[in-house]
Design a protein around this ligand. Structure first.
Ligand SMILES: [Zn+2]
Length: 207
């Protein structure tokens, strides 16, 4: 199984090796011994970047394997990985912001159901039992109050699952990438809070 280096490392460059590569449905792919590239999934978009000087077009999970879809066919052997650091930083900030919105929702008695942390399309969806959700402004105030505490990221493997939390806040099972400490998020903006039957959708962005 490939090593998912991004689970425990914030590095965006390292040496690795292509263990197999090929062509499928007109697309070239490479499988690496160890990868820094986060694949699309878990509510987070794929990393961009390069394997040597070849552009990585997408990164996808296929069972336990991670497929790096490349611009051309790369032969097996040693390679240098470079993740697009700006894109990664944006994805990490959005993802960590989503977790904090989840924390605020739990404090309000809501149950996080699903989330996506995509640029310009980020949202967290909750199940609502009896509690009516607060307005966007109140939600935003609570989330940014936690950001201001600048708690450090805590990452670990628990019962085989990777858990991500900040300070002593509740940790969530998560395979995504996150900021090192909360101030790196910047400011969270709640764009809207929409209620429909028993679901609450919180749309957000970061500044
Ligand atoms: Zn997550």
């Amino acid at each position: 199984m490939q090593q998912r280096l991004y689970y425990l490392s914030d590095e965006t460059e390292c040496d690795s090796a292509i263990v197999s590569s090929g062509e499928q449905d007109g697309r070239f792919f490479a499988i690496l011994a160890a990868t820094l590239f986060h694949p699309r999934g878990g509510g987070q978009l794929a990393d961009g970047g390069w394997i040597d000087d070849c552009k990585v077009l997408s990164v996808e999970s296929l069972g336990e394997a991670i497929l790096h879809v490349t611009e051309r066919l790369l032969p097996p052997g040693p390679v240098r990985l470079r993740v697009d650091a700006d894109k990664r930083a944006l994805h990490s900030r959005l993802h960590s912001a989503g977790h904090l919105i989840g924390t605020v929702g739990i404090d309000l008695g809501l149950r996080p159901d699903k989330a996506q942390h995509w640029p310009e399309a980020s949202r967290v969806v909750f199940r609502m039992e009896e509690t009516a959700p607060p307005e966007a402004g109140e939600w935003e105030g609570k989330a940014n109050h936690i950001v201001a505490q600048n708690l450090p990221r805590q990452c670990g493997i628990q019962d085989g699952a990777r858990m991500v939390g900040f300070g002593s806040l509740p940790a969530f099972p998560c395979g995504g990438t996150h900021v090192r400490s909360l101030a790196d998020i910047g400011r969270i903006r709640i764009l809207s809070v929409k209620t429909k039957k028993d679901t609450v959708t919180v749309n957000y962005d970061i500044l």
